[in-house]
Structure formats: structure tokens, C-alpha cells
Design a protein around this ligand. Sequence first.
Ligand SMILES: *Cc1c(COP(=O)(O)O)cnc(C)c1O
Length: 244
Amino acid sequence: MSVPASGDRRRELAGRLAAVRERLDAAARAAGRDPSEVALLTVTKFFPASDAVLLHELGCDRFGESREQEASAKIAEFRASVAEPVEWHMIGRVQRNKARAVSRWAHTVHSVDSLRLVHAFEKGVRAALDDGEREAPLRALLQVSLDGDRERGGVVAEDLPALADAVGASEVLELGGLMGVPPLGWEPERAFEQLHGLHARLLEDHPAAVELSAGMSGDLEHAVRWGSTCVRVGTAVLGYRPLA
Ligand SMILES: *Cc1c(COP(=O)(O)O)cnc(C)c1O
């Protein structure tokens, strides 16, 4: 049946994963950093739970998803075949009415960008804790808008301190750090340098917010150079996503 096909897929994923790990190691060394400082978050959006299972067998233990409905179903399927705990991260935009559902499964959310969303997550996480669906606070990264365009998601720099204070004051959220995506048309170096500067300023007030989620398939070397602690890699490991 599907044994040969799944063997092929496994080989394909193993080869691409090895290549990405080599890129990450080389980028860390070039930046004078220890490769263990940069986590690989494999982004499985649009790909089936079976791929996450294969990647788990290949040593991946944290996965990124960008849409709540797809993630919930996939994680349930994944858990039916893998008993060990892994981390699922929400990296996409979250509508407030999805915060409760995301709070059931997310170890970390990378895309917190408004006070209203912070409050929605506080409610959602409290409910998930009360219902026994999670045991730990939700780690929240603040997504920054580097070009100040509020329409495309992310908090603008001037609103960042208040948002960080709100998450920092929460009992059920844990301020993990920042996330950023280079705006369309920007040089990645410029984007990640700016993000690094914002992160340095955040750390002055919130020294535990050490995570910097930056870098994807096409630009991870630049992000590692500017202090990324977590690269979010989809295409380079899983291949091109089917068009929606
Ligand atoms: C899809 C996605 C990624 C992965 O991008 P690739 O270019 O496929 O590596 C990273 N970050 C976010 C926020 C995404 O939505």
C-alpha cells in the first residue's frame, strides 16, 4: 500500500532536514554563536500529520502551524500516533474568537500584537487551565511590525512597551520575546537588524524575554546573524506548499 511512498517521503524529509540543519550550524558558526542557541521550528502548515510524525522520528520536537482549525485536527491525529510530548507553536495571525481554541494546544504563540488579543488569550488560557486542557502558562511572543503598517499584523514599535508590560503582568501568559517577518521588498539584513534593536530594548525592561523568533527558509542566515533564537522553516524542509 503506502509503504514505499512513505519511505520515499521519509528520505525526502530526512535529506532536506539535514540540509537545513547544516545551514543553521554554518550560520551560527559564521556569527560566532553556538548552534544550540538557535532552535528549529518546523512549519507543517498545509502538510499532513503523517509528515509531522516522520519529522518527529527524524528528531524534530517542535512544530509551527498558522491556522487554528487545521492545527487542532492535525495535532489530534499526530497525538494518536506519537505519545511523547512535543511543542506546537501558533505562528499565524489569531482572531480573537480563536484564542480559546489555540489555548488548548499551543505551547507558544508567536503572533501576539494587540492588547485585545492579550486579553482574549488570558481568558482562553484561564479556561484551558481550569478545564485541564493545559498545565502551564502560554508563552507569548510579540509580533512586531517593522514598517509600521498596522494592516499587515504586528505591533508598531511605539506600542511595544505597553504590550510587553501587559503580557509581563499576566499570571497565565509568559512574555517570551519578539517575532518579526521582513516587510515585503525589504532587505532581510535591514529588517533583522531593526528587530534585533527592538529586542535589545525589550530586554532592558523584561530580561527574561530572551526569545527572538526570526528567519524562514529564504533568510535564516541573516536572522541568525542578528540574534535569532528560533527559525521558522517550512518550505526548505517540507517542500512547496500546495496553493490554497
Ligand atoms: C509559513 C510561515 C513560515 C515558513 O515559511 P517558509 O518560507 O516556508 O519557511 C514562517 N513564519 C510564518 C509566520 C509563516 O506563516
